[in-house]
Design a protein around this ligand. Structure first.
Ligand SMILES: Nc1ncnc2c1ncn2[C@@H]1O[C@H](COP(=O)(O)OP(=O)(O)OP(=O)(O)O)[C@@H](O)[C@H]1O
Ligand SMILES: [Mg+2]
Ligand SMILES: [Zn+2]
Length: 237
């Protein structure tokens, strides 16, 4: 609510007199403020906030994997927060660099945030690890303070799964994944690491550990995306 709103005078409600009966309806300024708060709490980086929406995702005519990924993302956002009984309530976008994994995943968050007014939360794993490491150097916030909001948020997007493969990184990830697994909390993730990579390339399991991979298999529908790096395409234009 904005105290200087001209429509409602700062009350948050507009009162209408319709043939003698008085109705009150919420003013748009309430919704706007709720949007702002939800967005602030979502931690979606500015770069993605306005750019990553379903409407501006180009679905290439000849790429079945991207067509499928787009439809899955759209349906997920449309159905949320309702899920089919016995089916995973999360998504795992797998694919090479620049195919649009983060774009689609953030688009889902934006849809749910704007259209359903539900809280969502974005976290880049690289940033998370860095933040936790910084907390070990006697900072005010503890590792627990950093992880709790991610454990508790209704819908979490974990970007860049597998970016660090150290035992410590795997342990930290396992804590987050297990907590959300135990509470059946919907989780969306993106990763560059395939389950069956080319020889010499590390598999997703090798990067994140057997126990996280096993839980994610149950939690998430896997969406494999193939195609060229969209960033190169832009470069050429
Ligand atoms: N099909 C598409 N239509 C429109 N924009 C796209 C599409 N695919 C990717 N982009 C844009 O290209 C850039 C790279 O996409 P994105 O960040 O989603 O890639 P990614 O698959 O997450 O890559 P990485 O593995 O490097 O994180 C972004 O700016 C994104 O908005
Ligand atoms: Mg990405
Ligand atoms: Zn108002």
């Amino acid at each position: 609510m904005t105290s200087n709103c001209k429509r409602c005078g700062g009350t948050g409600y507009i009162v209408e007199d319709r043939s003698g009966s008085v109705y009150s309806k919420p003013c748009a300024c309430i919704a706007t403020e709720k949007d702002t708060l939800l967005h602030r709490d979502s931690m979606i980086p500015d770069r993605y906030r306005n750019n990553c929406v379903l409407e501006n995702f180009t679905v290439p005519e000849k790429n079945a994997s991207l067509q499928e990924a787009f439809l899955v993302a759209k349906k997920y956002a449309g159905d949320y927060p309702f899920f089919e009984e016995g089916k995973p309530n999360g998504l795992l976008f797998i694919g090479p660099c620049g195919v649009g994994k983060t774009h689609l995943a953030v688009s889902i968050l934006n849809e749910i945030l704007f259209k359903k007014k539900k809280p969502v939360r974005f976290v880049d794993l690289n940033d998370l690890y860095r933040e936790i490491r910084a907390s070990y150097d006697g900072s005010q916030v503890s590792e627990y303070d950093i992880l709790t909001p991610l454990v508790e948020t209704e819908l979490l997007l974990v970007d860049e799964l597998g970016c660090v493969a150290s035992p410590w990184a795997q342990d930290t990830l396992l804590f987050l994944v297990s907590q959300r697994y135990n509470q059946s909390m919907p989780t969306i993730l993106t990763t560059n690491y395939l389950d069956e990579p080319a020889p010499q390339e590390p598999s997703l399991t090798a990067r994140i550990g057997v126990r996280s991979r096993s839980r994610l298999r149950e939690m998430c529908r896997t969406v494999v995306m193939n195609g060229e790096d969209y960033r190169n395409r832009r470069h050429r234009q």
